[in-house]
Structures are given as C-alpha cells and as structure tokens.
Design a protein around this ligand. Structure first.
Ligand code: NAD
Ligand code: UGA
Length: 434
C-alpha cells in the first residue's frame, strides 16, 4: 500500500517508520525543510530507542522517504495520515489550525481518491469537520473518505508501543474504509477495535484523562500519607494487587508532564464545558497536578529557609526518562522557581539539554555528566528518574556533594538504602529521612 504521513514529530515519524517496516511504501511530509533534510540523511530528529536502525533499514530498502513538498509526498498515496500537532490554546481547547492546514494541503495536492486518517488527538467532531474542509477545497470528482485512528504510543518507548501496544482503534463510517485500515495494520501485534468516528475520537481523550486521573489520585494519597506517616509505595503496591485497580500508573511523584496529558485533560474539560457538562472530576485532576509540580519547592524552602547562594543539582530535565522532550516537564516549573529564590543551578540530563536551552530562559549551567552536577552541590533535586540517577551508588551523594541532601520527586530510592547511605532524603508520600 502506498501511504503518506503528514507531520514528522513523535507520532508521524514513528508511524511512518513502523508502516514501512511492515512492508508499506511510505512518504513522510513535513513543512519544516530542515527536519526533512536531516531525516533524508537517515538521522532521526527526535530521540526514540530503536528508531534510527529501523529508519535506515527501510530507507535503504526503498520503502521510506521524506519530503517537504506535499504534491510529491501525496502522489499516488491511497491513504494519508495526518499526524500534526494539536497544541493547547490559551482557553485550554485544542488548536486545530495545523490539522486544518494539513487538510487543505491534501485537498490542494491530491489527484486520486484517498482515505484520510486523523492520527492527531482531536476533539469529537473534528474528523467530520476536516472532511468538510477537504471536500470544500479538493478537485471535483475526487472521492475522500475519513477515518479516526488515534495514537496511544508513549514517548521513550514509541517504537515498541507501535508494534506491541494494547490496541488499535479505527473509527470509520463505512465497512470498506475500516477494513482497509485494519488490513494496513494487521501485521502489528495487537487487537483492533473497529468503531464509529466519534467514539474513536472520545476513546483517545477518555484514555489519557483516565491515566492522568490515576496519577493525580495517587499523588493526593501520597500527600495524605505524608501527614499520617504512611508510605505511598506500600499503599500503591497493596492497591495494585487488585486486578480491578492494576499496578500501573500508581507511581506518586512531582506530577505528570509531557506533550499530551496536560493538553488533553484541558481540552476534554473544554469540550465537555462547550457541551454543558462541567467535568469537575477532571478539573480537580488538573489542579492536583499543578500543585504537585511545586510541592518540592515548599519542602526545600522549609528545609533551608532561603536559597540565596545555594548550589543545587537538578537531576533530569525531560518530562520522563528515555526522551529528549521537555514539553510541560516539571523542570520548567521548578527551575524558574529555584532561580527566583536565588539558587545557583546546575542541571544534568543525558539527552535533553539542547531542547532545554531553547526553553529555559534562566542562566543556569548544564552537564551531561551526573557526577559533575553533584560536585560541590548543597542539595540535589530529582526531576526525571533516568536509569543512571536511579542506579547511582548512593555513596556518591556523600562523596561529591557539600551536603548529601536529596529532594526526590520520583521516589527513586528505597528508604532502607537511603538510611544505610546516611543521606538526608525527602521524597513524595514517604517519611522523610533526616
Ligand atoms: P510534534 O509537534 O512533535 O510534530 C508535528 C509535526 O508536524 C512537526 O514536525 C511540524 O513541522 C509538522 N507539521 C505541522 N503542520 C504541517 C503541515 N501542514 N504539513 C506537514 N507537516 C506539518 O507533534 P507530536 O508530538 O508528534 O503529536 C502529534 C499529534 O499526536 C498531537 O495531536 C498529539 O496530541 C498526538 N499524540 C502525541 C503523542 C506523543 O507521544 N507525542 C502520543 C499520542 C498522540
Ligand atoms: C501518554 C500516554 O501514556 C500514551 O498512551 C499517550 O499516547 C500519550 O500520553 C499521548 O497521548 O501523547 P507519554 O506522555 O509519552 O504518554 O508518557 P507517560 O509514560 O504516560 O508519562 C506521562 C507523565 O506521567 C510523565 O511525566 C510521567 O512521569 C508521569 N507518570 C506516569 C507518573 O507521574 N506516574 C505514573 O505512575 C506514570
């Protein structure tokens, strides 16, 4: 099958590469010529484990190409995926400008019948709206079908999730379109749910909102545990044995970040509100998360009183490990607060520093070496549970820092290990070790 993918971000690039790996001929189109130039050399523009090898292999096999010219990418495509961004508008709703622009790009350049598949996360009703936009702009006589195929991959494990995720959802209006998409996706190792378009659109928002709810729930429990002397890790473990609850997404910490949970929860609140439903539960989930992202600052302040002249090692910048993505990372909230309080900051991250420099305005030092960050620090703050932060020999905190004081936003260490290492340790939802 000849396929075009519009947008080569996390979703578009991984989708294009995966579809080529299962045998389709894929052209990925992006409006950013510098991205296309890099990708055309076989170099991924994002960090995702396993992506580069698959990209190079399928480019060499002639099944994968990149272009900045829509007419070239869309030529002969039977199916076109839209995988452009749907960022948050100021009012919380999803900004559909990029999806609409991609729809017009398709309409203005397509010369054959085509199925347009919206992979971007879009509010219920968007697929029909986009079909209208395309039909209003396409050459007469060309038949366009639309389908919703929301994406569930996680950054940092995007390639693995694409091949071995939990499900593929296909929302289509007619059986033939649903069957074509099911056939395209058949080689992927997961169940396929065929449904109507509106339900497919809602499945995506409801899934992200539910996962965000689990995180805010356990974070609230963590905060209550702190007041009562209980340990949230034990509580989550005990809850997780119940298969109706499940052990996943019950890790307490400094709140969820990333390009999707914050934006999609806000978009669903907005979508519900526009349809006369006050989604109070989800509003609380968002509020809990906003408070959670600054919780450690309060702990730091009550320990030190004042941060003037204190050297702080910020461990991790990405919103989660194995990605270079900083979008909505708690680091973007913590660093300005620490800087405003007078701290002298050195930030460690193994791969996200280039992105960080573009997004963090404060004058701070950066290092890709964990020991360099810890050297002579007065305290450390764990933002991202990178494996080398989790697996550090705790005696290094003692050896390298001025004072071995750690504020851990990701509960990386067991309290027993911390006690043995004699470090001063503050985590989330567990008793302080002082
Ligand atoms: P992104 O911002 O990383 O990438 C979007 C890309 O589209 C950019 O490279 C941009 O240059 C390109 N683009 C914009 N308009 C274009 C046009 N008209 N023609 C060609 N290219 C165009 O986005 P992303 O993180 O991949 O997310 C895309 C969508 O997928 C969003 O709706 C997001 O909510 C959803 N999603 C993302 C993830 C994730 O982990 N990032 C997971 C599931 C779903
Ligand atoms: C999330 C979903 O997991 C994907 O299914 C979805 O496709 C994607 O959003 C999307 O729509 O973009 P992602 O944001 O890449 O994926 O990462 P997650 O692993 O879900 O983590 C999100 C945030 O929640 C991170 O900041 C992480 O640290 C935090 N988290 C996660 C917790 O604080 N506790 C947990 O138990 C799990």
């Amino acid at each position: 099958m000849k396929i075009a993918v519009i947008g080569t971000g996390y979703v578009g690039l991984v989708t294009g590469v995966a579809l080529s790996e299962i045998g389709h001929h894929v052209t990925c189109i992006d409006v950013d010529p510098s991205k296309v130039e890099t990708l055309s050399k076989g170099i991924p523009t994002i960090y995702e484990p396993g992506l580069e090898e698959l990209m190079k292999k399928n480019m060499a096999a002639g099944r994968l190409a990149f272009t900045a010219t829509h007419s070239e990418g869309l030529a002969e495509a039977a199916v076109v995926y839209i995988a452009v961004g749907t960022p948050k508008r100021a009012d919380g709703s999803a900004n559909l400008d990029y999806v609409e622009a991609a729809a017009k790009d398709i309409a203005h350049n397509i010369t054959q019948n085509v199925i347009v598949v919206i992979k971007s996360t879009v509010p219920v009703g968007t697929n029909f709206h986009i079909l209208n936009v395309i039909n209003a702009n396409v050459q007469p006589g060309i038949q366009v079908k639309i389908a919703s195929n929301p994406e569930f991959l996680r950054e940092g494990s995007a390639v693995n999730d694409t091949f071995h995720g939990d499900r593929i959802v296909i929302g289509a209006e007619d059986e033939a379109t649903a069957d074509t998409l099911a056939e395209i996706n058949a080689p992927f190792d997961m169940p396929i749910l065929k449904t109507d378009i509106s339900s497919a659109e809602m499945i995506k928002y409801a899934s992200n909102a539910f996962l965000a709810t689990k995180i805010s729930f356990i974070n609230e429990i963590a905060n209550i545990c702190e007041s009562l002397g209980a340990n949230v890790e034990e509580v989550a473990k005990g809850m997780g044995f119940d298969h109706r609850i499940g052990p996943d997404f019950l890790k307490a910490g400094i709140g969820y970040g990333g390009s999707c949970f914050p934006k999609d929860t806000n978009a669903l609140v907005q979508l519900a509100g526009n349809n006369h439903h006050d989604f109070n539960l989800l509003k609380s989930v968002i509020e809990v998360n906003n408070n959670q992202q600054v919780l450690l600052v309060d702990k730091i302040l009550s320990r030190f009183g004042n941060l003037e002249g204190k050297r702080v090692a910020v461990l991790g910048l990405a919103f989660k490990p194995h990605t270079d993505d900083l979008r909505e990372s708690p680091a973007l909230v913590m660093i300005p607060k620490l800087a405003e309080l007078g701290a002298d900051i050195i930030a460690y991250d193994p791969i996200a520093i280039d992105n960080a420099k573009r997004q963090i305005k404060e004058e701070i030092e950066y290092t890709e070496q964990l020991p360099t960050a810890l050297q002579n620090a007065d305290f450390a703050v764990v933002i991202t549970d990178w494996p080398d932060v989790k697996n550090i020999d705790l005696s290094e905190y003692n050896q390298l820092m001025n004072d071995p004081i750690v504020f851990d936003g990701r509960n990386c260490y067991s309290l027993d290990a911390v006690k043995q290492a004699t470090i001063e340790y503050y985590s989330i939802g567990r008793p302080d070790q002082t």
